[in-house]
Write a protein that binds this ligand. Sequence first.
Ligand code: PRP
Ligand code: URA
Length: 217
Amino acid sequence: MPSQLRIYVPPHPLIKHWLGIARDKNTPSTLFKTAMVELGRWLTYEAIREWLPTIDVDIETPLTNSSATFIDPNTTIATIPILRAGLTLWEGCQTLLPLATTYHLGLVRNEETLEASCYLNKLPIKFKDDTRILILDPMLATGGSIMFAMNEIVKKGGNPDFIRIISVVAAPPALQKLSAHYPSLNIYTAMIDEQVNDSGYIVPGLGDAGDRSFGTN
Ligand code: PRP
Ligand code: URA
């Protein structure tokens, strides 16, 4: 059966709350960063539900024998923040997955052409076949950056069936590109917005996620 891109917008009050804070243009940079960290945490929490393999083990409590469920220690997890703005989501993500390996990918859009180019690529030479990969990129706008990232990750052996994307705001152009090229992906986002304007910004969006996260402009 052909697969179809799955986009989850978890109906969680904390996710709605922090998205509202991030969208508000009056939110100062330090609080904006906090919002992104929290969104990274709660979207990761949702994304790893029923995704991380577990094992059942017999243990002894102080009182008796019991069974317990643990995350399978043989599972390989990779987190890939797309710099810069993805670093803030990653900060929240890594509180839940402290043992995951982190591979940084630095991408920046040309403000005129909106084309993404890469200035840092710390991906491994080859991912193991069953590595579970979480990509963290808050804005899926024209889709140039996330397609660049996906193509690089797949070139290194990443399996789209095992990849989940965490974003804050996703827009139709990016979702259409991902759906056409990587239909087995799962995306976890705080919101799907209506459009991308002529300057490449998501509307209503939240502005420039990198600049607002790090207080630059
Ligand atoms: C932003 C954002 C995404 C990209 C999305 O990065 O963090 O990676 O734009 O846009 P696209 O879908 O049109 O490619 P930006 O290039 O502004 O870099 P920054 O995070 O360093 O600010
Ligand atoms: N990158 C951003 O930071 N914001 C947008 O709205 C689109 C791309």
